[in-house]
Design a binder for this molecule. Structure first.
Ligand code: APR
Length: 252
């Protein structure tokens, strides 16, 4: 796919944009082999509901099971790599006065691909924190207690290690969320890639951008709730369309 396949008004919009905000979801990591959140869980985890596993109630009910699920996801991520879509977003940032990447993903692939200042709305699976104090737990502590599922916390007698991600029913990091809404309100163009747009408050960001006068571009094999406010919908994978957008910028 190259930029000849892009609508000419979208090419014009990209070339004239000053401030761009991007919202990504699990779909942009699909080409890295990371199942999207709503993909049927595979293998051992097929019988478990991710909505239950990714919740404080699920962790309280069976901390070992939830810890094992995240260890399985961490292994999947460790055995995979960012894809062309991640690298395209990292490359595009340099071509705009303002470029803010907001992600719902917890795999850290945007940073691995070179993106800076990534706003991680739902945290990052690579970090672990104390279940009581939310203080960061260093990897060498976890390594020393690797046989415990989950390891105990060094910060609190009743604390356990848990992933530093936002579970269903938990609050998002306030400063990160504020920065994301500011970016949405100030951008000329919002690119929404690989998200079903089904989970709040992230799903509101494109609507805030639109209401603030930004143009919205959706990238997804399927149409979503965001498609109706998107001026352009590029139907297909992020790993195909995002590099096409980056080529527009590098060919100017
Ligand atoms: N490229 C782009 N989009 C894709 C691709 C792809 N290769 N493959 C699938 N998609 C789209 C799907 O069509 C779907 O719309 O990615 C979206 C993935 O949707 P979800 O699995 O719901 O993931 P996401 O929207 O990121 O979920 C948001 O909700 O589940 C919680 O905390 C979790 O961060 C997650 C949040």
């Amino acid at each position: 796919m190259n930029h000849d396949d892009l609508p000419s008004d979208l090419v014009g919009c990209l070339r004239s944009a000053s401030r761009v905000a991007v919202l990504t979801g699990a779909g942009v990591s699909a080409e890295s082999g990371i199942p999207t959140f709503r993909d049927a869980q595979t293998g051992l985890w097929a019988k478990h509901d991710p909505m239950q596993l990714a919740s404080p109630e699920g962790f309280d009910a069976d901390p070992g099971l939830v810890w094992d699920w995240y260890q399985w996801r961490r292994k999947l991520i460790a055995e995979s790599n960012p894809n062309a879509g991640h690298f395209a977003l990292a490359e595009m940032a340099q071509h705009f006065d303002g470029f803010v990447l907001v992600t719902q993903n917890v795999d850290g692939f945007h940073q691995l691909a070179g993106s800076e200042g990534v706003l991680e709305l739902h945290g990052n699976i690579q970090r672990s924190v104390c279940s009581k104090t939310r203080k960061l737990i260093e990897p060498d502590w976890l390594a020393r207690h690797a046989d415990a599922r989950p390891p105990p916390s060094p910060h609190h007698a009743q604390g356990l290690a848990r992933p530093d991600v936002v579970w269903f029913g938990e609050a998002l990091p306030e400063a990160t969320l504020d920065a994301a809404f500011s970016a949405a309100g100030e951008c000329d163009l919002m690119i929404v890639a690989g998200t079903a747009g089904a989970v709040q408050p992230a799903a509101s960001l494109p609507f805030v951008a639109r209401e603030s006068g930004a143009r919205v571009l959706g990238i997804n094999p399927e149409t979503t709730g965001i498609s109706r406010i998107a001026e352009w919908h590029l139907a297909g994978p992020g790993a195909t369309w995002l590099p096409a957008l980056a080529r527009v910028m590098s060919n100017t």
